[in-house]
Design a protein around this ligand. Structure first.
Ligand code: HEC
Ligand code: HEC
Ligand code: HEC
Ligand code: HEC
Length: 114
């Protein structure tokens, strides 16, 4: 019984630290790569956004918690099946919230900085 409890403790600790490592993966700043190279890439404070929004799935809408992947995994230069283009996904999500909140950049060059 005692041995089992010990084993369980080790298992729990392993699971816990594994999820901590995944969470620590979340970048402080993120740059969304410019797939078409027609506009400068967009860099933003990922950490500040995550802390303010408090819900990773608000942006990482298709990912399981702790398994967040790049938007670019599904949103490509052109629409792929149901997934809108990277540009449309970003403009809807990012600019959409800034407009709704009347906070954060909404002008082209405030996001696409040279
Ligand atoms: C809130 C930030 C934001 C604003 C404001 C914004 N964009 Fe974007 N835009 C992005 C992001 C993020 C991407 C995806 C990364 C990229 O392609 O540079 C993108 C992609 C694009 C692309 C695809 C280009 C490429 O190289 O892949 C074009 C074209 C574009 N935006 C034009 C505009 C224009 C024109 C405006 C102003 C009317 C504008 N954007 C305003 C964030 C923004
Ligand atoms: C405001 C929207 C937004 C929020 C909120 C957000 N993220 Fe992100 N995250 C992004 C964008 C955009 C990227 C860059 C994606 C790309 O390059 O296509 C990114 C990138 C990442 C990456 C790197 C993925 C890779 O494969 O390069 C991880 C990991 C990640 N986010 C985890 C998180 C976690 C964990 C949270 C919550 C604590 C979170 N994100 C909250 C938008 C967001
Ligand atoms: C695993 C694939 C996948 C990933 C990763 C993903 N998306 Fe999506 N996204 C989709 C699909 C598929 C749709 C089509 C509609 C739906 O099913 O919600 C979509 C739709 C959207 C829409 C709605 C567009 C509209 O006009 O209705 C937005 C905005 C969006 N994604 C933003 C993002 C952002 C931002 C990220 C990264 C933080 C991201 N997505 C990551 C697959 C993905
Ligand atoms: C749910 C709302 C929300 C979403 C979604 C969101 N933002 Fe923001 N963003 C904000 C707010 C609020 C501010 C202003 C923060 C301040 O003024 O302190 C901001 C500020 C910014 C800034 C200026 C400060 C900084 O972080 O560098 C940039 C650039 C930016 N956002 C880019 C993006 C991009 C790119 C995306 C999409 C991947 C995005 N935002 C999605 C709410 C949002």
């Amino acid at each position: 019984m005692k041995k089992f409890a010990m084993l369980m403790a080790v298992v729990m600790m392993t699971v816990f630290s594994a999820s901590m490592i995944v969470a620590a993966n979340a970048p402080d700043t993120a740059t969304v790569k410019d797939v078409q190279k027609s506009k400068p890439p967009v860099t933003f404070n990922h950490k500040a956004h995550a802390e303010r929004i408090k819900n990773c799935a608000e942006c990482h809408h298709k990912d399981a918690a702790g398994k967040e992947q790049s938007c670019f995994a599904c949103h490509k230069a052109e629409k792929q099946g149901d997934a809108v283009s990277l540009k449309d996904s970003m403009h809807t999500k990012c600019k959409g919230c800034h407009q709704k909140m009347a906070k954060g950049p909404t002008k082209c060059n405030d996001c696409h900085k040279k």
